[in-house]
Design a protein around this ligand. Structure first.
Ligand code: T4K
Length: 384
């Protein structure tokens, strides 16, 4: 069990505590706690600026954000949506929970993102959309997926939970497809405790999203149809704004840590640090290594266990992957029509390590020393 001084993946970035407390005082003074309050509106405006989109609609989390984004785009229960299996299970569960059928595609191991050729092979009569993911903030093949969606008349959505502030061909993630959805969960580099934001350039779509988030009540105050309650509240927005104020410092610390991990792990057999897209802006919020058992002499699992002895809590992002867990595993004919060997191979190698401003250069050095020790002990065992 991790304690407050353990080295963990996903330690929240609060930003400047005084600013947060001032914002919270303001909430209590105004006694406006939720339902489109001033801090939520400010958070939406600022996220729209980062994403370069006309609209941003804040939700209580990204999972519900994905559901609203799909419904607002006209995807209905029973429709199929193609999703990469190599993602956090929320991408698939969000759809499954409202009766939309996730159908899993394989990924490109270098980018960890949906392989457009594999997506194309999965398009069938019931396919209504593609929900691609910018895994670990590395933008997916937006152009190829956009072409596919246009050719087949499909809705294109992006799960951008990891990709705030990242770019694709120099343009901020957020403005692609019908909509993109960011997550601001406590473990994300910018966090609002719990939270999500749907961004889009489509005015009519944004109005539908706003209504669906709030009991189906449209901008004129009429009940336009069924909706849910997925509003962000003012306390969460206060945290979101304060964390967002610190975005540059957080990204700088993440980038520094990424470089340090690369330096300290250079030459360790069977261990590589996953990189970001060349020439693009990245937020570096996930520091992911791959452990190739044949060369390292030990598995990812052994490295994970050895790190725990040093109170370093790495995470298996992502393993098991979506099609390896229920309910998808038990219904391959419904969700996994083609084999996914590359996603499975990648899932067996990846390990996320601690990063972020609370992880100091000495911490990175210690984590890397532990990994080196773990692997050299394996080498000695092999020789003995
Ligand atoms: N799409 C993608 C691609 C996603 O990655 C996610 C979320 C979503 C959609 C859905 O977004 P939301 O609906 O959640 O907005 C974590 C997060 O819970 C999850 O949000 C995230 N992806 C996923 C990749 O990671 P767990 O089960 O690993 O989280 P948890 O609670 O075990 O926390 C991980 C570590 O973070 C802990 O060991 C310690 C640290 N931590 C965590 C919390 C909550 C703290 O230090 N303080 C904290 O308050 O899933």
């Amino acid at each position: 069990m991790a304690s407050w001084d353990s080295l963990v993946v996903g330690r929240p970035n609060v930003g400047e505590r005084e600013r947060l407390l001032r914002r919270l005082e303001g909430v209590l003074d105004r006694l406006w706690l939720t339902n489109n309050g001033p801090l939520v509106r400010e958070f939406e405006e600022r996220i729209a600026r980062v994403a370069g989109t006309r609209h941003a609609v804040a939700t209580c989390n990204a999972t519900t954000g994905i559901q609203i984004a799909a419904r607002a785009a006209g995807i209905r229960p029973g429709d199929e949506v193609i999703v990469p299996s190599f993602t956090w299970v929320a991408t698939a569960h969000a759809l499954e929970w409202i009766g939309i059928v996730p159908v899993f595609c394989d990924v490109d191991e270098a980018t960890a993102n949906a392989d457009p050729e594999h997506v194309a092979r999965l398009i069938g009569p019931r396919t209504r959309g593609i929900l691609a993911v910018h895994v670990f903030g590395r933008p997916c093949e937006v152009d190829a997926l956009t072409r596919l969606a246009d050719e087949h008349g499909l809705v294109l959505l992006f799960d951008a939970a990891h990709a705030l502030g990242c770019t694709y061909r120099g343009k901020p993630v957020g403005g692609f497809g019908t909509a993109e959805i960011f997550s601001f969960h406590a473990t994300k580099f910018v966090n609002s405790v719990e939270g999500g934001v749907i961004v889009t350039d489509d005015d009519a779509y944004a109005a539908r999203v706003r209504a669906l988030r709030n009991q189906g009540i449209d901008p004129a105050g009429r009940i336009a149809g069924p909706g849910t309650v997925a509003r962000m509240n003012e306390f969460c927005a206060a945290m979101g704004l304060t964390s967002l104020d610190a975005i540059d410092t957080i990204v700088a610390a993440n980038r520094r840590n990424h470089e340090l991990y690369e330096e300290h792990l250079a030459g360790v057999p069977g261990v590589t640090v996953r990189g970001q897209a060349p020439g693009e802006r990245a937020n570096h919020q996930y520091l992911v290594i791959e452990v190739e058992q044949a060369r390292a002499g030990i598995s990812r699992e052994t490295v994970l266990e050895d790190l725990l002895r040093y109170d370093v809590h790495a995470r298996r992002y992502f393993s098991p992957i979506c099609h390896q867990v229920e309910p998808y595993r038990s219904a391959p004919e419904r969700h996994v029509p083609l084999p996914l060997p590359r996603a499975e191979a990648l899932a067996s190698r990846v390990l996320s390590l601690p990063t972020g401003p609370t992880v100091e250069p000495d911490d990175v050095a210690a984590v890397c020393r532990a990994i080196r020790d773990s692997i050299s002990r394996a080498g000695r065992r092999l020789v003995a």
